[in-house]
Design a protein around this ligand. Structure first.
Ligand code: B1M
Length: 213
């Protein structure tokens, strides 16, 4: 197998044997983010496909997630950093009912490497917790992540709850089940402030930079 195929296969197989030397080798050819967005994400796509076809069980997907997390942790120190002054504070949460956090945590790494102070509220975060945290710590924007189809709907009700709590800072949403159209037609009308859709973590950084300008 080529290096790229091996990297994808660690994720698919859920094994870490040989992973670190291959990640090290990959850093000689690619940036850390390219390794994540390329072969590792390709592996995750394949995991999603196999899971969808009932060829993998949840326990196996969990092992794949472990490999992805270990890879991101290894690559994190090699990611580009932009040591500017703090541009703003962003609160991040995976919405109520959803445990997927690899994407959200990648968004955290990229934003914090680029001058943002991040308050990461974790997974399955109900709107009340976001509101409480916002009141205690303030933030310039709130980022919501969700991968399940029902999470898209959860974002609509979270936006309503935030609005009802008088919050109007920009909201950034992202995750596999969402689209720009859903964001615009379903979430935005329920909120008193800007709602923007980020297709990936780098897009999230670009949007955050625009929002904070
Ligand atoms: Co789950 N899962 N999962 N899963 N899982 C999906 C999402 C699914 C599409 C797989 C499938 O069937 N093909 C499917 C959803 C179906 C649906 O609703 N339409 C699914 C399902 C069904 C489930 C369970 C219900 C399975 C079960 O228990 N029967 C269950 C749900 C539990 C729950 O949430 N209540 C479940 C559980 C799990 C694990 C725990 C095993 C594990 C998660 C581990 C973890 O996150 N700690 C897991 C995994 C790993 C996946 C897949 C395979 C991979 C997700 C991932 O980490 N991708 C996924 C299939 C897939 O996506 N191909 C799947 C890598 C990550 C870097 O990408 O998170 O998309 P992603 O983030 C991207 C962008 O979306 C964006 O930036 C990132 C890239 O730069 N982004 C943002 C994300 N959030 C953002 C926020 C932003 C900006 C950008 O601003 C705030």
């Amino acid at each position: 197998l080529s290096l790229e195929e091996r990297l994808a296969s660690y994720v698919v197989e859920g094994t870490k044997e040989g992973l670190l030397p291959d990640l090290e080798e990959a850093l000689g050819r690619y940036t850390a983010l390219e390794v994540i967005n390329g072969p590792l994400m390709a592996g995750m796509e394949e995991v999603g496909r196999l899971f969808n076809n009932n060829e993998l069980i949840v326990a196996e997907v969990l092992q794949s997630a472990e490999v992805m997390k270990a890879s991101v942790a290894y690559l994190e120190p090699f990611m580009e950093k932009n040591e500017s002054s703090v541009k703003g504070r962003i609160m991040l949460a995976t919405v109520k009912g959803d445990v997927h956090d690899i994407g959200k945590n990648l968004v955290e790494i990229i934003l914090s490497n680029n001058g943002y102070d991040i308050v990461n509220l974790g997974i399955k975060v109900p709107p009340e917790r976001i509101i409480e945290a916002f009141r205690e710590q303030k933030a310039d924007a709130i980022g919501l992540s969700g991968l399940l189809v029902k999470s898209a709907q959860q974002m609509v009700s979270t936006a309503q709850d935030l609005r009802n709590a008088g919050i109007d800072v920009p909201i950034m949403v992202g995750g596999a089940a969402l689209t720009r159209k859903f964001t615009k037609t379903r979430i935005r009308p329920e909120y008193n402030g800007l709602v923007v859709y980020a297709k990936d973590a780098m897009d999230g950084l670009d949007l955050a930079n625009k929002l904070m300008d």
